[in-house]
Design a protein around this ligand. Structure first.
Ligand code: PAF
Length: 285
Protein backbone atom coordinates (compact mmCIF):
# COMPACT_ATOMS: atom_id res chain seq x y z
CA UNK A 1 0.00 0.00 0.00
CA UNK A 2 1.22 3.51 -0.85
CA UNK A 3 1.07 5.85 2.12
CA UNK A 4 0.66 9.55 1.20
CA UNK A 5 1.76 12.34 3.52
CA UNK A 6 2.05 16.09 3.15
CA UNK A 7 3.25 17.36 6.54
CA UNK A 8 6.45 16.96 8.54
CA UNK A 9 4.79 15.20 11.52
CA UNK A 10 3.04 12.72 9.20
CA UNK A 11 6.28 12.08 7.32
CA UNK A 12 8.16 11.52 10.58
CA UNK A 13 5.44 9.13 11.82
CA UNK A 14 5.45 7.19 8.53
CA UNK A 15 9.25 6.84 8.62
CA UNK A 16 9.23 5.87 12.30
CA UNK A 17 6.96 2.95 11.42
CA UNK A 18 9.45 1.55 8.87
CA UNK A 19 11.39 -1.53 9.99
CA UNK A 20 14.77 -0.08 11.09
CA UNK A 21 16.50 -3.07 9.47
CA UNK A 22 15.15 -2.26 6.01
CA UNK A 23 17.06 -0.28 3.43
CA UNK A 24 15.40 2.99 2.43
CA UNK A 25 15.58 4.72 -0.96
CA UNK A 26 14.24 8.08 -2.07
CA UNK A 27 13.38 9.34 -5.54
CA UNK A 28 12.92 13.13 -5.59
CA UNK A 29 10.64 14.56 -8.26
CA UNK A 30 8.72 17.67 -9.14
CA UNK A 31 5.78 15.48 -10.20
CA UNK A 32 4.43 15.23 -13.77
CA UNK A 33 5.85 11.72 -13.60
CA UNK A 34 6.89 10.00 -16.83
CA UNK A 35 8.64 6.75 -17.70
CA UNK A 36 12.01 8.25 -16.71
CA UNK A 37 10.80 8.82 -13.15
CA UNK A 38 9.25 5.36 -13.05
CA UNK A 39 12.59 3.89 -14.07
CA UNK A 40 14.15 5.63 -11.06
CA UNK A 41 11.46 4.08 -8.85
CA UNK A 42 12.10 0.61 -10.31
CA UNK A 43 15.84 0.93 -9.79
CA UNK A 44 15.17 2.15 -6.25
CA UNK A 45 13.11 -0.97 -5.59
CA UNK A 46 15.78 -3.17 -7.12
CA UNK A 47 18.39 -1.58 -4.83
CA UNK A 48 16.43 -1.91 -1.58
CA UNK A 49 14.71 -5.19 -2.39
CA UNK A 50 11.09 -6.23 -1.82
CA UNK A 51 11.37 -5.69 1.96
CA UNK A 52 13.07 -2.31 1.55
CA UNK A 53 11.28 1.04 1.59
CA UNK A 54 10.87 3.42 -1.38
CA UNK A 55 9.82 7.04 -0.86
CA UNK A 56 8.93 9.37 -3.74
CA UNK A 57 8.87 13.10 -3.04
CA UNK A 58 6.65 15.30 -5.21
CA UNK A 59 7.46 18.96 -4.77
CA UNK A 60 7.71 21.75 -7.34
CA UNK A 61 10.52 23.63 -5.65
CA UNK A 62 10.05 27.39 -6.05
CA UNK A 63 13.62 28.28 -5.09
CA UNK A 64 15.12 26.62 -8.19
CA UNK A 65 13.03 28.73 -10.58
CA UNK A 66 14.24 32.22 -11.49
CA UNK A 67 11.72 35.05 -11.86
CA UNK A 68 10.10 34.75 -15.29
CA UNK A 69 10.62 30.97 -15.50
CA UNK A 70 7.78 28.44 -15.64
CA UNK A 71 7.07 27.93 -11.91
CA UNK A 72 3.37 28.84 -12.26
CA UNK A 73 2.82 26.82 -15.44
CA UNK A 74 5.01 23.82 -14.53
CA UNK A 75 2.81 20.73 -15.15
CA UNK A 76 1.07 19.52 -12.00
CA UNK A 77 -0.58 16.10 -12.40
CA UNK A 78 -0.88 14.94 -8.80
CA UNK A 79 -3.68 12.37 -9.20
CA UNK A 80 -1.95 10.66 -12.13
CA UNK A 81 1.39 10.79 -10.27
CA UNK A 82 -0.16 9.10 -7.26
CA UNK A 83 -1.77 6.42 -9.43
CA UNK A 84 1.63 5.74 -11.05
CA UNK A 85 3.32 5.51 -7.63
CA UNK A 86 0.65 3.06 -6.45
CA UNK A 87 1.08 1.01 -9.61
CA UNK A 88 4.85 0.85 -9.00
CA UNK A 89 4.42 -0.24 -5.39
CA UNK A 90 5.98 2.92 -3.91
CA UNK A 91 5.77 2.71 -0.11
CA UNK A 92 5.52 6.39 0.74
CA UNK A 93 4.77 9.59 -1.20
CA UNK A 94 5.77 12.86 0.46
CA UNK A 95 3.98 15.72 -1.31
CA UNK A 96 4.46 18.84 0.81
CA UNK A 97 3.23 22.38 0.12
CA UNK A 98 5.91 25.08 -0.18
CA UNK A 99 5.27 26.33 3.38
CA UNK A 100 5.95 22.84 4.73
CA UNK A 101 9.37 22.75 3.08
CA UNK A 102 10.07 26.45 3.72
CA UNK A 103 8.15 27.28 6.93
CA UNK A 104 10.13 30.52 7.38
CA UNK A 105 9.83 31.63 3.76
CA UNK A 106 12.90 31.74 1.54
CA UNK A 107 15.78 30.09 3.38
CA UNK A 108 18.52 32.40 4.65
CA UNK A 109 21.16 29.66 4.80
CA UNK A 110 21.50 27.81 1.49
CA UNK A 111 23.88 25.39 -0.22
CA UNK A 112 26.48 27.15 -2.37
CA UNK A 113 27.07 25.01 -5.47
CA UNK A 114 30.51 26.55 -6.06
CA UNK A 115 31.93 27.40 -9.46
CA UNK A 116 30.30 24.47 -11.27
CA UNK A 117 26.96 25.95 -10.25
CA UNK A 118 27.71 29.03 -12.35
CA UNK A 119 28.62 27.17 -15.56
CA UNK A 120 26.49 25.57 -18.30
CA UNK A 121 22.93 25.43 -16.87
CA UNK A 122 24.08 27.69 -14.05
CA UNK A 123 25.12 30.37 -16.54
CA UNK A 124 21.73 30.27 -18.26
CA UNK A 125 19.75 29.92 -15.00
CA UNK A 126 21.58 31.87 -12.27
CA UNK A 127 20.64 30.64 -8.78
CA UNK A 128 19.11 27.42 -10.13
CA UNK A 129 21.59 25.02 -8.56
CA UNK A 130 21.60 26.83 -5.21
CA UNK A 131 17.84 26.17 -5.12
CA UNK A 132 18.26 22.55 -6.26
CA UNK A 133 21.01 21.67 -3.79
CA UNK A 134 19.23 23.39 -0.92
CA UNK A 135 15.98 21.50 -1.48
CA UNK A 136 17.80 18.20 -2.08
CA UNK A 137 19.70 18.66 1.21
CA UNK A 138 16.43 19.45 3.00
CA UNK A 139 14.57 16.49 1.49
CA UNK A 140 17.47 14.19 2.38
CA UNK A 141 17.30 15.42 5.98
CA UNK A 142 13.54 14.97 6.08
CA UNK A 143 13.40 11.52 4.45
CA UNK A 144 16.73 10.10 5.76
CA UNK A 145 17.32 7.50 3.01
CA UNK A 146 20.31 5.18 2.63
CA UNK A 147 20.27 5.79 -1.12
CA UNK A 148 18.86 8.53 -3.37
CA UNK A 149 18.47 8.13 -7.12
CA UNK A 150 18.64 10.87 -9.77
CA UNK A 151 18.46 10.76 -13.56
CA UNK A 152 21.55 11.23 -15.72
CA UNK A 153 19.39 13.42 -17.97
CA UNK A 154 20.19 16.34 -15.63
CA UNK A 155 23.85 15.42 -15.53
CA UNK A 156 25.11 18.69 -14.05
CA UNK A 157 22.50 18.41 -11.29
CA UNK A 158 23.56 14.82 -10.59
CA UNK A 159 27.24 15.83 -10.52
CA UNK A 160 26.58 18.69 -8.11
CA UNK A 161 24.44 16.51 -5.83
CA UNK A 162 27.23 13.91 -5.66
CA UNK A 163 29.70 16.69 -4.86
CA UNK A 164 27.46 18.17 -2.16
CA UNK A 165 27.02 14.79 -0.51
CA UNK A 166 30.80 14.24 -0.52
CA UNK A 167 31.79 17.75 0.55
CA UNK A 168 29.16 17.97 3.31
CA UNK A 169 29.45 14.31 4.44
CA UNK A 170 25.73 13.78 4.09
CA UNK A 171 26.10 10.02 4.44
CA UNK A 172 23.79 8.91 1.64
CA UNK A 173 24.61 6.92 -1.47
CA UNK A 174 23.78 8.75 -4.71
CA UNK A 175 22.90 6.58 -7.71
CA UNK A 176 22.65 7.96 -11.25
CA UNK A 177 20.14 6.29 -13.57
CA UNK A 178 20.43 6.19 -17.36
CA UNK A 179 18.22 8.54 -19.37
CA UNK A 180 14.98 7.09 -20.73
CA UNK A 181 14.22 8.14 -24.31
CA UNK A 182 11.14 8.28 -26.52
CA UNK A 183 11.13 6.38 -29.83
CA UNK A 184 12.39 9.51 -31.65
CA UNK A 185 15.42 9.62 -29.32
CA UNK A 186 14.27 12.64 -27.30
CA UNK A 187 15.10 12.29 -23.60
CA UNK A 188 11.91 12.13 -21.53
CA UNK A 189 11.25 15.32 -19.60
CA UNK A 190 8.21 16.77 -17.88
CA UNK A 191 8.73 19.87 -20.03
CA UNK A 192 8.51 17.99 -23.39
CA UNK A 193 4.75 18.58 -23.20
CA UNK A 194 5.45 22.26 -23.94
CA UNK A 195 6.55 21.30 -27.50
CA UNK A 196 4.08 21.67 -30.38
CA UNK A 197 4.06 18.85 -32.98
CA UNK A 198 6.24 20.93 -35.30
CA UNK A 199 8.68 21.73 -32.46
CA UNK A 200 8.80 18.07 -31.51
CA UNK A 201 10.16 17.33 -34.99
CA UNK A 202 12.79 20.07 -34.60
CA UNK A 203 13.70 18.65 -31.18
CA UNK A 204 15.23 15.66 -32.97
CA UNK A 205 18.19 18.00 -33.33
CA UNK A 206 19.28 16.97 -29.84
CA UNK A 207 19.59 13.18 -30.25
CA UNK A 208 21.04 13.82 -33.71
CA UNK A 209 23.70 16.09 -32.17
CA UNK A 210 24.60 13.49 -29.53
CA UNK A 211 24.90 10.85 -32.25
CA UNK A 212 27.18 13.18 -34.26
CA UNK A 213 29.32 13.75 -31.17
CA UNK A 214 29.60 10.04 -30.42
CA UNK A 215 30.51 9.37 -34.04
CA UNK A 216 33.22 12.06 -34.04
CA UNK A 217 34.66 10.66 -30.79
CA UNK A 218 34.60 7.10 -32.16
CA UNK A 219 36.51 8.36 -35.21
CA UNK A 220 39.26 9.61 -32.88
CA UNK A 221 38.16 13.24 -32.69
CA UNK A 222 39.54 15.43 -29.91
CA UNK A 223 37.09 17.44 -27.73
CA UNK A 224 37.24 20.40 -30.10
CA UNK A 225 36.46 18.26 -33.14
CA UNK A 226 33.61 16.59 -31.30
CA UNK A 227 32.12 19.97 -30.36
CA UNK A 228 32.44 21.14 -33.98
CA UNK A 229 30.63 18.02 -35.21
CA UNK A 230 27.86 18.58 -32.66
CA UNK A 231 27.38 22.25 -33.60
CA UNK A 232 27.36 21.28 -37.29
CA UNK A 233 24.63 18.70 -36.65
CA UNK A 234 22.58 21.25 -34.67
CA UNK A 235 22.91 23.85 -37.43
CA UNK A 236 20.71 21.68 -39.68
CA UNK A 237 17.76 22.47 -37.37
CA UNK A 238 15.96 25.64 -36.32
CA UNK A 239 17.31 25.67 -32.76
CA UNK A 240 19.22 28.18 -30.66
CA UNK A 241 22.25 26.58 -29.05
CA UNK A 242 22.85 27.51 -25.39
CA UNK A 243 25.88 25.22 -25.17
CA UNK A 244 27.38 22.12 -26.77
CA UNK A 245 30.50 21.14 -24.86
CA UNK A 246 32.73 18.22 -24.00
CA UNK A 247 33.87 17.95 -20.38
CA UNK A 248 35.37 15.29 -18.20
CA UNK A 249 32.99 13.02 -16.28
CA UNK A 250 32.99 15.42 -13.27
CA UNK A 251 32.40 18.36 -15.64
CA UNK A 252 35.95 19.68 -15.37
CA UNK A 253 37.99 20.52 -18.50
CA UNK A 254 37.75 17.86 -21.21
CA UNK A 255 40.53 15.26 -21.32
CA UNK A 256 42.26 14.68 -24.66
CA UNK A 257 41.52 10.97 -24.36
CA UNK A 258 39.46 8.61 -22.24
CA UNK A 259 36.07 9.03 -20.63
CA UNK A 260 34.26 12.32 -21.19
CA UNK A 261 30.76 13.77 -21.23
CA UNK A 262 29.06 15.64 -24.04
CA UNK A 263 26.42 18.12 -22.84
CA UNK A 264 23.99 19.92 -25.10
CA UNK A 265 21.32 22.53 -24.35
CA UNK A 266 19.20 24.14 -27.03
CA UNK A 267 16.06 26.17 -27.28
CA UNK A 268 13.26 25.23 -29.67
CA UNK A 269 11.12 28.36 -29.61
CA UNK A 270 10.92 29.09 -25.90
CA UNK A 271 11.31 25.43 -24.83
CA UNK A 272 14.74 24.49 -23.49
CA UNK A 273 15.97 20.95 -24.07
CA UNK A 274 18.97 19.45 -22.27
CA UNK A 275 20.71 16.20 -22.98
CA UNK A 276 24.09 14.55 -22.55
CA UNK A 277 25.93 11.33 -23.19
CA UNK A 278 29.10 9.53 -22.24
CA UNK A 279 31.95 9.64 -24.75
CA UNK A 280 35.24 7.82 -25.00
CA UNK A 281 37.82 10.09 -26.60
CA UNK A 282 41.00 8.89 -28.24
CA UNK A 283 42.39 7.22 -31.26
CA UNK A 284 40.12 4.49 -32.70
CA UNK A 285 41.44 0.96 -32.13
O1 PAF B 1 15.29 16.99 -11.06
C1 PAF B 1 14.31 17.45 -10.45
O2 PAF B 1 13.15 17.08 -10.69
C2 PAF B 1 14.52 18.50 -9.37
O3 PAF B 1 15.56 19.36 -9.69
C3 PAF B 1 14.72 17.89 -7.96
C4 PAF B 1 15.98 17.05 -7.89
C5 PAF B 1 13.51 17.02 -7.60
C6 PAF B 1 14.84 19.01 -6.92
O4 PAF B 1 13.70 19.81 -6.91
Amino acid sequence: MTHVVATRPDLAAALAAVDPASRRAVVMTMGALHAGHLQLVREARALVGPSGHVTVTIFVNPTQFAPGEDLASYPRTFDADLAACREEGVDLVFAPAPDVVYPDGDPVVTVDPGELGTLLEGAVRPGHFRGVLTVVAKLLSLTRPHVALFGEKDYQQLTLIRRMVRDLDLGVEIVGVATVRADDGLALSSRNGYLSDAQRTVARAVPAALAAGREAAAAGGDPCEVETAVVRALSAYDVTVDYAVVRDAQLGPAPSSGEARLLVAVRVGSVRLLDNCRLVLGAPA
